[in-house]
Each structure stands twice: as C-alpha cells, then as structure tokens.
Design a protein around this ligand. Structure first.
Ligand code: SAM
Length: 230
C-alpha cells in the first residue's frame, strides 16, 4: 500500500512516524482518511516533517482538523492546552480562535517552547498564543477564568488528575477534549498492566460517568474524547 500522506519521514511501514506509532484504525482506512485531507499550510507541513523525523508525538492533521472544526462549531475564543510540545496542535487552535482569540500553550520542556515560538511567529499566530513553560496541571489549577475549550494531551498517568481540575475552569457549553484515550487499542486488553493504560481506563470511566459532561469517544488516530460541559 503506498503511503498517501504528504509529509513526514516514512517509517518501515511507509508511514511517517507521527502516524505510524499508535493509530487504532486499520491501515487501508487510515490511508484513505489521510489521503482525503486538504493540503496544510507550509508551517504545519514542516512541523509534521520535523515531528516525523524526531519522533515528536503530535496529533497529526486528521485530528488537528477535527480540533479546529470543533472550535469553530462553538465559536471558541479561549483555549487552554495541556501538553503542547512543538506547538503543532496549538497552531490548529490559534487559527480557529481568530485575531481576537487566545490560546494558552503549556509544556514542561523549554526547548519545545523555544521551537514552538519560532513556528508561531512564522505561522503568523504568535500574538494569539501565551506560552507557558512548566507543569500544565499546576498552571491550569491557578486559572481563575472559564475557558471555551480545554485540551488534554499530557502524560497519560496524569489524566485522572486533569479531569478533577477541568469542570470549574470550563464554561457551560464548552468542550473538554482529550487525546490518546484508546491508547493503541490497549484499553481493550483484558488485564492491562502498564500504568498509562490503567490511568486512561480510569479517566474514560470517570469522564463517561460524570454528570458534568456529555461525552463521546471518536476512534480517530489514537482515540479522542470529546466532552460537552452541561
Ligand atoms: C503528546 S505531546 C503534545 C503534542 C501536542 N499536543 C501536539 O499534538 O502538537 C505531550 C507533551 O506534553 C508535555 N507534558 C507532559 N506532561 C506534562 C505536564 N504535566 N506539564 C507540562 N507538559 C507536560 C511533554 O513535554 C510533551 O511535549
């Protein structure tokens, strides 16, 4: 099967690394979906290449597009992102919120933040983004405002803790979105042993049962939970 993605260093399977590492859809469907995507702007395409070559786990363009679409659907103007790495998903958000919107980038790694700033400048969205280097959960816990969207993409073992922080900091009708909730399908194992899978299972169970949210899980790439605040 030829690789239909437009960018990213191919892995042995012929897919760029950011695609290869943990998708849950079958390869043929995956290739079809990625082949349908419109061309990205050059900075996003360059970031995909960089992520592929350096094993940076970005959401990729199929999820990026869904994130942007969800933001446009609720006319989001404020987004808090936990775990931003080189700022790839941050740019999808920043494009959605427009000139008068604001996205908070957070990452624990200052080298990531430095690289991200360069991309934000070149993508023409730097003024919409506040860059915070440090612990994302701690920074979220300090926030006094309610956001339109909170996007969770930090270390998986922290997911249950993130869930506890979110409800008071998200407006009614806002979205709490979480990446990797199917964890390469490991959530379906009978007796999962690793701590990340266990934490994701706990997170999915708590989120689905929460009276604060109406939640669905989209089986795109590595699984994305979309929770609407009631
Ligand atoms: C999966 S990557 C984020 C990818 C990004 N959302 C994208 O799609 O372009 C996860 C990032 O979260 C950061 N991270 C993990 N736990 C964190 C924490 N508690 N606080 C801040 N950053 C964290 C890591 O440094 C890593 O760069």
């Amino acid at each position: 099967m030829p690789n239909t993605a437009k960018s990213g260093k191919p892995s042995k399977s012929g897919r760029p690394n950011w695609r290869h590492f943990n998708g849950v859809t079958v390869a043929l469907v995956d290739d079809y979906l990625y082949g349908m995507l419109p061309k990205r702007d050059p900075v996003l395409a360059e970031m995909e290449d960089y992520a592929g070559a350096h094993d940076v786990p970005i959401v990729g363009p199929a999820v990026g597009r869904v994130l942007q679409q969800l933001a446009l659907m609720i006319n989001a103007k404020t987004v808090f992102e936990l775990g931003s790495a080189i700022g790839y998903s941050t740019i999808w958000w920043a494009q959605a919120v427009g000139e008068d919107g604001r996205v908070i980038y957070t990452d624990g790694d200052s080298k990531n933040a430095e690289r991200a700033r360069g991309y934000f400048d070149r993508a023409g969205v730097a003024r919409r983004i506040t860059v915070h280097t440090g612990d994302a959960l701690e920074y979220l816990s300090e926030q006094k405002q309610e956001f339109d969207i909170i996007f969770n993409d930090v270390d998986k073992e922290d997911y249950p803790r993130v869930l506890r922080l979110v409800p008071p900091r998200l407006r009614k009708g806002g979205l709490f979105i979480t990446d990797n909730v199917l964890w390469s399908g490991r959530v379906a194992e009978k007796k999962p042993k690793d701590a990340s899978t266990k934490a994701i299972l706990e997170f999915n169970r708590l989120l689905s049962a929460s009276p604060d949210f109406m939640t669905t899980i989209l089986p795109i790439r590595d699984g994305m939970a979309v929770a609407l605040k009631k």
